[in-house]
Design a protein around this ligand. Structure first.
Ligand SMILES: [Zn+2]
Length: 260
């Protein structure tokens, strides 16, 4: 089976060589490594440099990171992303998060302003965006659509069916995480997303109560099993489709054989 983990924070994953060996052993052909602030963006590029053709970098600025320095720090991260845009397969992780405590700290306005600037970069350089949209599903989709960005992935989507439908109609993708083993809203979203719009991911090293530990890219094999069960399709078919979706969206040239 050939799989792609389309969203992992590899800069936060310890013992990377053995972790990636294990992933390769489960059929993981490639990982899209996402950045979330200046430091993680730098590290993500470094890691991608160590695994050419296997780890493909995305650079972003996560809404959670806006608590560290606000607009000034965001400006530096945006400049870094644009300077390195030719090296990345996507802009991400970006997005909005309306969890109460976060909105109290960052305000929605700053989140919107930063996301608009990130979308502007993605649009000008024709890169897909990897979108976090917790409790902000409709606003995140509206901003992406208004920006004119051609391709977007709504990662770990748990929002309402109405927003999901609009996203699918707009041609966007949804990525399934290990939470699809137990999280009802995420399971419903996976079920309602057509197979040609679906990707697999782990969001490593996030802790999942379904796994009872931190995720690793090898866990994308478990996500495949869950997605296949939810959709009532053979795992081979889901693997083939989601890997083809990933390769097409991120323009990946997937190589066979060893990782190093
Ligand atoms: Zn993430």
């Amino acid at each position: 089976m050939r799989l792609v983990d389309t969203h992992a924070h590899l800069d936060d994953v310890p013992d990377l060589p053995s972790v990636l060996d294990k992933a390769a052993g489960r059929g993981v052909m490639a990982v899209v490594a996402v950045g979330s602030d200046m430091e993680s963006n730098r590290k993500t590029l470094e890691i991608a440099g160590l695994y050419p053709g296997r780890v493909f970098p995305a650079l972003g600025l996560h809404p959670w990171e806006l608590t560290n320095g606000g607009e000034a720090v965001a400006g530096l991260a945006l400049a870094f992303i644009e300077e390195n845009i030719s090296r990345v397969v996507a802009v991400g992780e970006v997005g909005l998060d309306y969890k109460k405590e976060l909105v109290r700290e960052t305000g929605k306005e700053l989140q919107h302003m930063v996301l608009e600037r990130l979308l502007d970069i993605a649009g000008r350089y024709d890169k897909p965006v990897l979108v976090h949209s917790r409790y902000a599903w409709r606003d995140a989709l509206n901003l992406v659509q208004r920006s004119g960005v051609q391709q977007a992935v709504f990662h770990w989507f748990t929002g309402p069916t109405s927003v999901l439908r609009s996203a699918v109609e707009a041609g966007y993708f949804l990525s399934a995480t290990p939470a699809c083993a137990y999280h009802q809203e995420h399971r419903r979203a996976v079920k309602e997303t057509p197979l040609d719009r679906l990707l697999l991911e782990t969001d490593s090293p996030v802790y999942y109560r379904g796994l009872d530990r931190a995720a690793r890219p090898a866990d994308v094999a478990g996500v495949l099993g869950e997605v296949a069960a939810i959709k009532g399709l053979p795992p081979e078919q889901v693997a083939e489709a989601t890997t083809a979706n990933s390769a097409g969206l991120f323009k990946l040239k997937l190589s066979e054989g060893h990782w190093r």
